[in-house]
Write a protein that binds this ligand. Structure first.
Ligand SMILES: [Zn+2]
Ligand SMILES: [Zn+2]
Length: 144
């Protein structure tokens, strides 16, 4: 047992693990967290299967991206209706970066899909709370 990489504080087997094993997420937020988690764990098929617009051709891009970065953590900014706004923090080329996205989801044939997103401009701040979930300041935790 280990803590879920989506930083929910729960064990992986009781969090995103159940979705990776086949249970359908009931909400866009559950799907979003489990997709972030799939990036961390390199579960490319899960990412393809839950993305409305992805095809097998995207597989390599997804794999290359998720292998080239070191994921630090996830913060949910806001979620309502079929929208989840989040910040996903990662390290690339030795620098802390943040992907700030407003994701859209659609419910089709009894399940949720990721249907696209709008990238928002964001910079990670050394003084914000660490996205790893420690409760410490970023600069005193995972920043370096
Ligand atoms: Zn999780
Ligand atoms: Zn940290």
């Amino acid at each position: 047992m280990y803590k879920c990489p989506c930083k929910s504080g729960k064990e992986y087997d009781e969090c995103c693990g159940v979705f990776h094993k086949g249970k359908l997420p009931k909400t866009p937020l559950e799907l979003m967290r489990s997709r972030y988690c799939a990036y961390v764990l390199n579960l490319t098929d899960y990412l393809l299967n839950t993305d409305k617009n992805a095809t097998q051709n995207d597989k390599e891009d997804i794999e290359n991206f998720s292998k080239s970065v070191g994921w630090i953590g996830l913060k949910i900014v806001e979620c309502f209706d079929n929208v989840v706004e989040f910040k996903a923090y990662f390290r690339a080329d030795g620098k802390v970066s943040v992907l700030h996205e407003k994701s859209f989801f659609s419910f089709e044939e009894g399940r949720w899909f990721y249907s696209g997103g709008e990238i928002l401009k964001a910079k990670a701040d050394r003084n914000e709370t660490c996205p790893c979930g420690s409760g410490k300041k970023f600069k005193k935790c995972c920043w370096d």
